[in-house]
Design a protein around this ligand. Structure first.
Ligand code: MN3
Length: 199
């Protein structure tokens, strides 16, 4: 396979005021595109050509750091765009994933608290996640381009906490960004879709 950059599933200004047109233009057109371009170049002669993106991410982890970083970030961003939508977030959580969150973490409020703490507590660049591991939903965080796939877990929601994701709109206020992500941007239907695919 080769990596391709899909268009955003909404207009560049669709997530305002919580994520600006300028942020999405840079983040999608420059940052994500750079992972795609570098990833394709690093994939050549890596021994992982012809594998699925998930196989490339798992297969390069700990073995080929440049390829892993770019393939991991490509995977993370492909889903990140779909994990958001205009008028998302809040309490509109589909029943199956809502129940699994409550079973695994205790309550929706506790999940939000833990998710924000994971995003804020990730030193430097990285991601905050809701994952399914051994059939149970939990919160985790990873540095840089790493993701739950290489820790035996499947991500069902991820928030990019690299500065490029929020610095234009929130400056250094990462907690405000992660809170706005949960309250106004999350596409819970896509979270539910990824959750159902783990069952
Ligand atoms: Mn990013």
């Amino acid at each position: 396979m080769s990596f391709t950059l899909p268009p955003l599933p909404y207009a560049y200004d669709a997530l305002q005021p919580y994520m600006s047109k300028e942020t999405l233009e840079y983040h999608h057109d420059k940052h994500h595109n750079a992972y795609v371009t570098a990833g394709n170049s690093l994939l050549k002669d890596s021994g992982l050509e012809g594998k699925s993106l998930e196989e490339i991410v798992r297969g390069s982890f700990g073995k080929n750091a440049p390829l892993f970083n770019n393939a991991g970030q490509h995977y993370n961003h492909l889903h990140f765009w779909k994990w958001m939508k205009p008028n998302g977030g809040g309490a509109k959580i589909p029943g199956a994933v809502e129940k699994a969150i409550i079973d695994g973490i205790g309550s929706i409020d506790k999940m939000k608290e833990d998710f924000i703490a994971a995003g804020v507590g990730q030193f430097g660049s990285g991601w905050a996640w809701l994952v399914v591991k051994d059939g149970k939903v939990s919160v985790m965080k990873t540095p840089n381009g790493e993701n739950p796939l290489v820790h035996g877990a499947t991500p069902i929601l991820g928030c990019d906490v690299w500065e490029h994701s929020y610095y234009i709109d929130y400056r250094n206020r990462r907690a405000d960004y992660v809170k706005a992500f949960l309250d106004h941007l999350v596409n819970w239907d896509y979270v539910e879709e990824m959750f159902q695919a783990t069952r």
